[in-house]
Design a protein around this ligand. Structure first.
Ligand SMILES: [Zn+2]
Length: 157
């Protein structure tokens, strides 16, 4: 199957493409996509021209909010969102890291009051480029305990 067909095989909805292999299921759970009652197709370990292997999520009959796209950016900064209407890609956008993120991830600090108080988690997000490797380094600082964590730690906890 060509890459084009993989993307366009739904009539109306959203295709999240170029998800790093292995992250698809995580994204599905984190965004609670499965509970919306929509038809969802997940492709895992599909060949990707640029990234080796990739995951892909197709959600029929549902568009993504900007907020959801921001959450997604933490798992899959290289992903693209394709908005499909009548089997055509009518809009396509890439992920952008948000400046702040509320209520998605729990604070990894087990002493943090956000874990015991009825408040939503809240992180300030910064993105710097490592001088050594040139890779981007995403840090998340908790508003409540003011500790800073790498994105990987927050996403995995
Ligand atoms: Zn905290």
């Amino acid at each position: 199957m060509s890459e084009k067909l993989q993307v366009e095989a739904i009539q109306q909805g959203t295709v999240i493409d170029h998800i790093p292999a292995g992250q698809g299921i995580r994204i599905l759970k984190r965004l609670h996509l499965e509970s919306a009652g929509k038809r969802i197709t997940v492709g895992m370990n599909l060949p990707s021209k640029n990234h080796g292997l990739k995951d892909i999520i197709k959600v029929e009959g549902r568009m993504f909010t900007e907020d959801e796209a921001h959450q997604l950016a933490l798992f899959a900064p290289s992903a693209t969102i394709n908005v499909i209407d009548d089997y055509e890609v009518v809009n396509k956008f890439t992920m952008q890291l948000p400046d702040t993120l509320e209520g998605v991830f729990s604070c990894p600090n087990t002493n943090c009051i956000s874990l015991n108080e009825p408040v939503k988690s809240f992180f300030y997000i910064s993105n710097k480029t490592s001088a050594e490797s040139g890779d981007s380094v995403v840090k998340m600082r908790c508003k409540y305990c003011e500790k800073s964590f790498s994105k990987e730690v927050v996403v995995a906890s």
